[in-house]
Design a binder for this molecule. Structure first.
Ligand code: ZN
Ligand code: ZN
Length: 222
């Protein structure tokens, strides 16, 4: 039976030859969790966490995401079991070797920076299994309500008042100037139409003009 080990990030188990060692943190990872070292171009040289730390080194508190995660879970449950790999994923970094090797790293002592993450979130470590790489947290307190939440759940002080409905606008009476302009335009159009009509008629030949007087009614013939 070939030797097997699990990826330090995703936790899947592979035969040893499928796992590679990260050049930065020195732990074993599967190929999916390894990436190219952008500085050297060497493929599958770094684990994803180390690669991220190289690309964007941050100075924030490493365990802040774990604190926020536990706070969030605290709204729904009072018992959370996490694998070390899962915590790596939450904090976007690798837990130190001591977390894997020593039970004391998981002590609920407020003086240690990492323990503050769960203590401040209102949790404490109930049980650690170094062999399996799991830790169980138990909720100790109600999660503190953040300022944002206070704002969100602010009760309504005033009764609901609908926005005032605008009265329908009265039709404005056009000014005299406007009326005069409209009237002139109308007259112009009329004149134009008439002149077009007139243009269509053929002028009467001179002879016809002489014979036919339009004003005069033709005399009735008996
Ligand atoms: Zn993996
Ligand atoms: Zn690494």
């Amino acid at each position: 039976m070939p030797l097997k080990d699990e990826c330090s990030l995703c936790g899947r188990v592979f035969p040893l030859y499928r796992l590679k060692r990260c050049q930065r943190c020195g732990r074993l990872y599967c190929r999916d969790c390894m990436t190219t070292d952008v500085r050297t171009g060497e493929p599958e040289a770094l684990c994803l966490n180390c690669a991220r730390r190289i690309v964007s080194p941050t100075k924030r508190w490493k365990y802040e995401p774990l604190k926020r995660y536990l706070q969030r879970r605290g709204y729904f449950t009072d018992h959370v079991a996490l694998s070390f790999a899962r915590i790596d994923g939450i904090i976007g970094d690798n837990l130190p070797m001591n977390a894997y090797k020593t039970q004391t790293w998981w002590n609920n002592s407020p003086s240690s920076a990492h323990a503050r993450a769960w203590l401040e979130a209102g949790w404490r470590v109930e049980q650690v299994n170094l062999e399996k790489g799991t830790v169980t947290f138990i909720k100790t307190a109600k999660p503190p309500t953040t300022r944002r939440e206070k704002r969100r759940f602010k009760p309504l002080e005033k009764p609901f008042k609908p926005a005032p409905v605008k009265p329908l606008r009265r039709r404005r009476v056009p000014s005299k100037t406007k009326l005069a302009k409209m009237y002139a335009r109308l007259k112009n159009l009329e004149r134009q139409r008439k002149s077009q009509l007139r243009g269509k008629f053929k002028p009467r030949p001179a002879l016809e003009k002489r014979l036919f007087k339009p004003d005069k009614k033709p005399a009735a013939t008996d």
